[in-house]
Design a protein around this ligand. Structure first.
Ligand code: HEC
Length: 118
């Protein structure tokens, strides 16, 4: 091979490996965004700011998830058990029967990804 061809290959390979560099967490965030839009956005809002269509007039309002201070274990607990399960608003439903363990993990990855408090 000529030198220029070798250089072109090196460039091509380094570019294509960068493009496919989604790690496991990136993939979890992507799956989690789908879970979020399907099950959570109606209350928590498309932007997770707590301003979903079902939020109007609710006291307490659905949390602004971009500003949550809960750690992952606390997030998982309220998502699994709902507000009632952790002495908070019953308007936050329990999701343990609707979502798989992986979907719960993914939606937490998504919340952490969009969070401004991390
Ligand atoms: C029917 C409306 C509704 C839906 C749907 C809903 N939530 Fe909530 N959520 C709430 C309300 C209301 C609160 C606030 C509870 C409180 O403050 O007592 C809340 C609170 C939370 C909190 C606690 C945040 C904090 O900082 O305290 C998390 C995490 C959360 N929701 C995640 C989710 C996820 C993930 C989904 C989708 C799988 C979801 N919620 C779907 C209404 C909803």
């Amino acid at each position: 091979m000529r030198k220029i061809e070798i250089l072109t290959w090196i460039l091509f390979l380094s570019l294509s490996s960068n493009l496919s560099a989604l790690d496991a967490n990136d993939k979890s965030v992507i799956r989690g965004s789908i879970v979020f839009r399907t099950y959570c956005a109606l209350c928590h809002g498309e932007n997770a700011d707590g301003k979903g269509r079902l939020a109007e007039g609710k006291v307490p309002p659905p949390a602004n998830l971009t500003k949550t201070f809960l750690n992952d274990a606390q997030k998982e607990e309220i998502i699994r058990k709902g507000g009632m399960g952790v002495n908070r608003s019953p308007f936050m439903p329990p999701w343990k029967d609707e979502l798989s363990n992986e979907q719960i993990k993914d939606v937490i990855s998504y919340i952490n990804f969009i969070s401004k408090t991390k």
